[in-house]
Design a protein around this ligand. Structure first.
Ligand code: IMP
Ligand code: MG
Length: 172
């Protein structure tokens, strides 16, 4: 049986999201932002984050998949759901669950830039640095984790565990 080791508790997640949402609301206090969530993993984080924002916000989602082995991104990425709203000249904040190698984000940032938004910043629940392969600036990051495969709070392993309210290290 796979073992689930608690890494980040619900109240720590709640406190951190409230803090990050305050920073975003301050930074964009005279603006209206577009949050773009990366499906599927980011939807839980984004739904909590957006309810803490005190500025006007619109949302959309894009979905990317990569062909690779079970627990690592190959760099061979395909968009499976395109952007639905116009972000030309808009302030965009990308919302991601976890940044690992960074290949998915590097690809998606280039895709979003092609619509010529006014600005793009990046917000990630988790920043996992162990296998980072490309240089990515994360403007708003909730937690830094050094290693391991994490599940819960939107994060999956083979589509399981997304519903867990806290974040766990999965030991197979
Ligand atoms: P990257 O392209 O390697 O940065 O991979 C990013 C995507 O891989 C994330 O959006 C997740 O969907 C998935 N991923 C990377 N690390 C983990 C993990 O520890 N648990 C669950 N999913 C992960
Ligand atoms: Mg993801």
């Amino acid at each position: 049986m796979p073992e689930l080791i608690p890494v980040i508790k619900k109240d720590a997640i709640d406190r951190k999201i409230a803090e990050i949402a305050r920073r975003i609301s301050d930074d964009y206090k005279d603006s209206e932002i577009v949050l773009i969530g990366i499906l599927k993993g980011a939807f839980v984080f984004m739904s909590d984050l957006m309810r803490h924002l005190t500025i006007p916000v619109q949302i959309d989602f894009i979905c990317a998949s990569s062909y690779g082995s079970g627990t690592s991104t190959s760099g061979n990425i395909k968009l499976t759901k395109e952007l639905g709203i116009d972000i030309h000249n808009r302030d965009v904040v990308i919302v991601e669950d976890i940044i690992d190698t960074g290949h998915t984000l590097a690809y998606l940032i280039e895709y979003l830039k092609s619509f010529r938004p006014k600005s793009i910043r990046l917000c990630s629940m988790l920043d996992k640095r162990e296998r980072r392969g490309v240089d990515i600036k994360i403007d708003y990051s909730c937690f830094i984790v050094e290693e391991g495969f994490l599940v819960g709070y939107g994060l999956d392993y083979a589509e399981n565990y997304r519903n867990l309210p806290e974040i766990y290290h999965l030991k197979l």
